[in-house]
Design a protein around this ligand. Sequence first.
Ligand code: 13P
Ligand code: SF4
Length: 331
Amino acid sequence: MILPLARTAPVDLAAAIQRLKHELDAVVLAHYYQEGEVQDVADFIGDSLQLAREAARSKAKTIVFCGVHFMAETAKIMSPEKPVLLPDLAAGCSLSDSAPAEAFRAFVAAHPGHAVVTYVNSSAAVKALSDWCCTSSNAVAVVEAIPRATPVIFAPDRFLGDWVARKTGRDLVLWQGSCEVHELFSVQALADLKQANPGCITLVHPECPHAVRALGDVVGSTKALLDAVKNGPVAATWLVVTEPGIIHQMQKVRPQGRFIPAPATVPGAAAPGDDESSQGSCTSCNVCPHMKRNTLEKLYWCMRDGSPSVELDPALIARARLPIERMLSLG
Ligand code: 13P
Ligand code: SF4
């Protein structure tokens, strides 16, 4: 009988993870929304697009993905021959869950002749029903690559879709999904914060509703927001209207900067995106519970055990790969 390995971890987890990287010939990829200590042991930290690119070009034999399930799935689709480890398989995504494949298939069938653009925050089965994938970094470029005469379905994030529709001047057919983190930022609390911090620079992710985006000085993907800090003043005050994990890297590039995570509306107190005037706010509702399921200990265990790993049907991989490759070929 094989006894399961004990769930104990070495004291110096970071050193043990480095050793395992060599043993497995593994690359550890981490999204900017991971815990700081997870980002610090990663070989590559990035937003969804950067991580998809890195997963596709890495020469390592094993990919360890510190992010959520759809991201690890994307890596598996691009490197089906490699094990793709995810420290916690239950690291899901409300946005991806908002588009079940069968309902999406019916939606696509109800819009014949439409090009289907799907945000990478979607399941492999939904990607397989799509013509193009996109991330928040390249969604505008992807839609602009489609001839204007072709009508476009954009899924699953209605707020990102609204942002892209405004930027491109196109009338997109939007799937009504949303991110449970970005839809909750409080317009009123943000307006109050701006007033209390004159001269501050407000950074907003496009998964936020329009009323929140309208208060942003910079609106863009996590990488675009980090770039704004890198290229911005040395000692500014920044209001960060996205998942606060990104502040770990912002603080590194601008040690003298002051970074204030924007609060969210108390769930249930107002409809998402409303111009609420007197709602309570919540300073922890902006943390993505799915991203934070990955911890340094779970990262160590999954590398030690070679599990859990993402498994996908080869036929699904073959179909889901096309829209991702089309996106990556845009450059
Ligand atoms: P980006 O990494 O494209 O900025 O997307 C943010 C996000 O919500 C990832 O889950
Ligand atoms: Fe999904 Fe979390 Fe990203 Fe929102 S922040 S899109 S819930 S992974």
